[in-house]
Structure formats: structure tokens, C-alpha cells
Design a protein around this ligand. Sequence first.
Ligand SMILES: [Zn+2]
Length: 224
Amino acid sequence: MLAGIPRADAQPRYGSFVVCIDPGHPSETARGAAANGLSENHLNWLVAVKLANKLNARGISFVSTKKSENQMVTNRQRAEIANTNGAALMIRIHCDAGGGSGFAWYYPDRSARKQGVTGPSKQVQGWSREAAHTLNEAMKPVLRGSLPANPIKTDAATGVGGKQGGVLTGSIFSKVPTALVEMCFITNRRDARFIASDAGQEKMAEAMAQGIVAWRTKWLQKTG
Ligand SMILES: [Zn+2]
């Protein structure tokens, strides 16, 4: 049973380290992929709730971009929630569809213009790159044997990013480090079996939580 993602502690225990959890979809662009009887939107939500619980258990403050699984939130609004909360990371949780297997991180490496706004800044690009690499490295040992790690890519490699100057909408409006993870390919039978299981979702959330702990160390060094 899902009671929704709890909100951040009123009193953050680790300075200004707040994570913005963004369970992907539904947005203005897509409701999420579907394959092998699985709904990407549903899986993103299940893993997001597990991640929220794991962060809570570690005393790490967080906010979420959605209060319920089927809430429609635009990609601009998602970025603005992370900005308003001064997030040290906006972690965008998705599943891929297509010919591959395994998890893959995406981050913005350039800026683009949309709705009168140009972004993200060079600083946010650099932080996003570092966050993606940090989380990717931390996740590998946890997911080894379950899901392969794919090379880290940039927003430009995504369908939407490719059409708008190489940057995802959520990145253009982001003033905080932002990275998107495609947890697996739900079109791949083995990946689908993994992510459909409670144990698989638990392992994925644990991998992300360990990545966030690693990022927290780096973030607190940067921001004093
Ligand atoms: Zn997605």
C-alpha cells in the first residue's frame, strides 16, 4: 500500500543537503512507456517511494515533485520544485524502452532556450555531470549481476533533448544539479523481471541511496 512520498523533515539534519526525488511522468510530453505488462510510470513511483524511505532512514532530507502516482506535473514545474527547495540534486527516475539493457545516467552538458529562459548554467552543468558520475559509480557494485551499467550520456542523446538544442526541459529550468536515470529497459525480458519484483525495486532504491550518500560527501565539501 502506498501512502505517498513523505515530505522532507522540517529540520534538515545535514546542513543544506536536500534531495528532490522526481518520479518520471506523467508530464506534458509523455505518460511513460509500457511493455511486458509493465507501466513505467508505476515502476518509477514504486522505486521513488522506496528511495524516499531509504533517505528518511538515513536522515537525509528530501522533497518530491509528485504527491501521487498519477499527478500530472510539467517538466518545468518539476525543475522549479527542486529550485525552490534548494536541492543538492534533482534525481529524475525513469525506465527506458528500446533495444538495450541495464541502467543509464543522463545529464545536461550545454544550455538551451525555452519559454524565454536559457539554462542550465555552466556551474549546474558541471555539478550535474559530477553527480551523474558519482551516482553511476556507487550503483554499479549494488546492481552488479542484476543489471548492466551503460555509458553515461548527455541530454543531447535523448529524443526530447535532441529536438531542443540538446537539453531536456527539466534541465533548462534547473538551477540545481540534475541527472536522470533510466533504471532499465522494460522492453528487455530480464530487465523487466528484475524491476517488476519487489526485491529488484528495493535493490534499485538502495543503489540510488548509496549514490546519494556519496554525492552528499562531495556536495558538502563544495558548499562548506
Ligand atoms: Zn520516462
